[in-house]
Unconditional design. Structure first.
Ligand code: CU
Length: 579
């Protein structure tokens, strides 16, 4: 069983247990003896079954099971200890076990709320609040059912509830590590250079664009989606003037995957102020690294990128040889981009397909009709890529794959999620059943550049209740907190930093650290065995644990976030800060 299915199974069992106890309690109160006994039996079985899911999750990693072991297990044991013996003794008066059954239901429900609303890391305050809730709910039920508990029992219940509530709340409001405010430093300036300069101007504005034969309202650079393709040769200085015509919420340019100096990174409130209508900002950086990249606004990025504020950045090592095709995939107003394109190519011509996923979710790419090699991922050339055939690749949100092949005499066709987007002739191939390439075992390995790590950070991705704003929200969280309350990761220059990224949630989180490429060390404790894999965007699927590392060689304050931009907007964003 995968960790993701264990998490799901455990959730289902918990709901069953809670429903069984609560339903049993209600049935007992209504003197429905057979029903009460049946529901209590379901609850008991589900509770017993949970013992195995919780143990299995703990073996997969403490992050997956912490609150289940620390909060849910004791509450479940208390539930069984209180309700079980009374059930056995309730031969005549089933109503007398109503309160113990309800207590068991509240206990399991409270633990369920801890998992669903808080998750990891577990804290004493959360445990105490759960206990307070259970005792208070039980006391109320007791009164309502008029079961007349003794005075002592009532007083003890009230005292326990109040004490747990006070202690839990007190612990919860105790200030923890306050995050440093990355928003108040001076924005660094670009260095001026006298090298060959590629100058571009991009004007952001609302526009109507044509997608698949339909007019669609968009936000666009130079009135086109995607924006103009920016190209440079290694060693060029790239200078881009960004103007905002009428995007009221502001725009910036973030060079996705390009490890530019911090001041050029385009994150509003961190490296610059958003460019408002009528304003402009000039970006300048040297193109040191060849490869396939893209640019997009980072101001209200969830909306801005979805509406069309993105484009391609390709840096070539020298003059292009053969055929170089860029395929930036996007979904604009529920319609897929780009439109299908057909071009004839002479046999033997070397072809490089630069695949870019500019959406917030994973896409599946399948190249039919030829052997190909994956030459590069996220702009970094792979070592020793071997030819593959009839194999699909999954590209995470923000990620890029460069596929290379020599054009065969027969047509080739590239499919994205089953839709043909590029081909060199007619024909059709079913690509649905193809296996998927695992980049962690593709290509020739090389020794790891580091044997020790100066800093270790763990990011546990989950969902949770965020109460710090004006309105509570069900946030996407990192280590139990949501932006802007996630403590930053502080490093010193030249530290070798290791991240362990754990996905406890039920959805994919494409992780994206700005300003650095990370080397993949392991996934689910299995070391990467293929070519060194330097990524800037990688899918951490439900239940997965990724270990990645990098050298802190680009000082500044860097966004570190989920590139499902809706998730980032809903809290899943923190910062890497150089001390
Ligand atoms: Cu996410």
């Amino acid at each position: 069983m995968t960790t993701a299915s264990l998490l799901a199974a455990d959730l289902v069992l918990t709901v069953l247990a809670a429903a069984g106890w609560l339903g049993g309690g209600a049935a007992a109160a209504a003197r429905r003896r057979p029903l009460a006994l049946a529901l209590a039996a379901v609850a008991l079985l589900a509770t017993l079954a949970r013992a195995s899911t919780v143990v299995a999750l703990a073996r997969a990693g403490w992050w997956f099971a912490a609150e289940k072991v620390v909060v849910a297990a004791p509450l479940s044991l208390a539930a069984v200890a209180v309700a079980g013996p009374r059930l056995l003794r309730a031969a005549d008066d089933i109503r007398s076990v109503a309160v113990p059954l309800l207590f068991a239901g509240y206990a399991v429900s409270a633990a369920l709320l801890v998992t669903v609303l808080h998750g990891y890391p577990v804290s004493a305050s959360v445990g105490l609040l759960a206990v307070a809730g259970v005792v208070a709910a039980t006391a109320v039920s007791w009164r309502l059912l008029d079961a007349r508990p003794s005075r002592t029992v009532s007083r003890v219940a009230v005292a326990v509830a109040v004490a747990a509530l006070l202690a839990g709340t007190g612990l919860a409001v105790t200030p923890g590590t306050a995050p440093a405010a990355p928003h108040e430093h001076g924005y660094p300036q670009a260095r001026i250079s006298d090298q060959p300069t590629r100058r571009f101007t991009l004007t952001a504005g609302t526009a109507t664009v044509r997608v698949g034969g339909h007019d669609v309202a968009a936000w666009a650079f130079d009135a086109q989606v995607p924006g103009p393709e920016l190209t440079a040769t290694v060693g060029d200085v790239v200078e881009v003037t960004l103007r905002n015509r009428d995007i009221g919420r502001g725009v910036t340019l973030h060079w996705h995957g390009y490890d530019v100096p911090n001041g050029q990174d385009g994150v509003p409130g961190v490296t610059q102020a958003a460019v408002l209508p009528g304003q402009e900002f000039v970006y300048r950086f040297r193109a040191d690294q060849a490869g396939t990249y893209w640019y997009h606004t980072h101001s209200v990025s969830d909306v801005g990128v979805r509406m069309g504020l993105y484009g391609v950045l390709v840096v070539r090592p020298g003059p292009a040889t053969g055929l170089d095709v860029v395929v930036p995939v996007h979904t604009l107003a529920d319609r897929p981009l780009p439109d299908a394109r057909v071009e004839s190519v002479e046999a033997g011509v070397p072809v490089r397909l630069r695949l870019i996923n500019t959406d917030s979710t994973t896409h599946r790419y399948a190249l039919a009709g030829t052997d190909f090699r994956v030459a590069a991922i996220d702009g970094h050339e792979l070592s020793g890529p071997t030819p593959v055939r009839d194999t699909a690749v999954l590209i995470p949100a923000g990620g890029r794959y460069d596929l290379v092949f020599d054009a065969p005499a027969t047509p080739v066709a590239l499919h994205v999620d089953g839709r043909r987007v590029y081909s060199t002739g007619a024909g059709s191939t079913a690509t649905d059943g193809w296996p998927v390439l695992d980049p962690l075992s593709y290509g020739r390995p090389a020794p790891a550049p580091w044997s020790r790590f100066d800093r270790d950070f763990t990011l546990v991705l989950d969902r949770g209740l965020d109460l710090r704003g004006l309105l509570p929200r069900y946030a996407h969280t990192v280590n139990g907190a949501a932006d802007p309350d996630i403590p930053p990761q502080v490093v010193r220059r030249d530290d070798v930093v290791r991240f362990t990224i754990v996905n406890r949630s039920q959805v994919v989180h494409p992780w994206h650290l700005h300003g650095h490429h990370v080397l993949v060390l392991a996934r689910d404790r299995r070391p990467a065995t293929g070519s060194p894999l330097w990524l800037d965007s990688f899918d951490v699927r439900p239940g997965e644990v990724w270990e990645v590392a990098f050298r802190a060689d680009n000082p500044g304050v860097w966004a570190n976030h989920c590139h499902n931009l809706g998730h980032a907007d809903a809290g899943m964003m923190l910062h890497l800060v150089y001390s």
